[in-house]
Design a protein around this ligand. Structure first.
Ligand code: AMP
Length: 281
């Protein structure tokens, strides 16, 4: 496993490879868990070579957010990546990614200001900018991204399409703990009591699917029941939305394309989850 700390090293390493070999790429912020590792394994099974980046990108965190205390455990992450067969690891620092004089930002209009973008202004501008930079450096054939961050996938697919990138996104399923909680580096913030409460997100998705399977078509009815469930579990709702999975526009009537997206505070920790209501994903 080749570890690259500078952009130059990373560019040199990937450009040295046999050009017939396809390259998969998994961008992460580290504190790796099975969700991240599932992306690495999907990259390994779909591409000849796999690169992973670990970079906690300051520009996607708001001023009141958890950038400073975001979990970091580089040694453990590197051991996990070596065990899972990553070929390249890119570990840039802020000076590499945002050198003095940095002025260019990527804005995916509309999609960046709704849902998580509404509660986290500037978040997707930071995400889109850093991911475009990483794609320019690594030049992967496929980029493996988790549907855990569903809006992020839609924003980045739109960006890559609009900017004529050759890189395609491979959508990867959400990996969950055995009790249903979607894996997240932020789950580490939860106290044991909060960890138990956090189950209300996946349970709300299950409830919504059940309502739809038993005939409910009205989005508002599902949202009201979901709000009740989260409130009675002690979660604080940021948003619960039923949207069309391809354009993230709200839907009044539930159909094959409807996804439920939710963001809920459990204590001070903001958790997200989502799922299709009529299809398995
Ligand atoms: P992060 O380190 O949070 O920026 O996440 C890096 C990548 O891992 C993103 O594409 C996430 O969507 C993905 N990811 C995070 N958690 C999960 C999960 N539980 N299941 C699948 N993918 C995930």
């Amino acid at each position: 496993m080749k570890i690259c700390k500078t952009i130059k090293e990373m560019q040199t390493e990937v450009s040295k490879r046999d050009r017939n070999k396809t390259l998969g790429f998994v961008p992460t912020m580290g504190a790796l868990h099975e969700g991240h590792l599932s992306l690495v394994r999907l990259s390994k099974s779909n591409c000849d070579l796999s690169a992973v980046s670990i970079y906690v990108n300051p520009s996607q965190f708001g001023p009141q957010e958890d950038f400073g205390r975001y979990p970091r455990n580089l040694e453990r992450d590197l051991a996990l990546l070596a065990d899972n067969g990553a070929d390249y690891v890119f570990l840039p620092d802020n000076e590499q990614m945002y050198p003095a004089g940095f002025k260019t930002w990527v804005e995916v209009e509309g999609l960046s200001s709704i849902l998580c973008g509404n509660s986290r202004p500037g978040h997707f501008r930071g995400v889109a900018t850093i991911v475009l930079k990483l794609v320019q450096i690594v030049k992967p054939d496929l980029m493996f991204m988790g549907m855990k961050d569903f809006q992020q996938v839609v924003v980045l697919e739109t960006m890559l399409r609009d900017l004529n990138s050759d890189t395609q996104i491979f959508r990867c399923p959400i990996v969950r703990e055995s009790d249903g909680l979607a894996m997240s580096s932020r789950n580490m913030y939860l106290s044991p009591e909060e960890r138990a409460k956090a189950l209300c997100l996946s349970q709300t998705l299950d409830m919504a699917r059940h309502m739809v399977a038993t005939g409910t078509k009205c989005a508002e009815e599902v949202i009201l029941a979901a709000e009740d469930k989260i409130n009675s579990a002690g979660g604080r709702i940021d948003y619960i939305s039923l949207v069309n999975g391809s354009n993230l526009q709200p839907q009044d009537l539930i159909d094959q394309d409807t996804r439920m997206l939710l963001a809920v505070y459990i204590g001070n920790t903001r958790l997200i989850d989502n799922g299709s209501l009529m299809q398995s994903d």
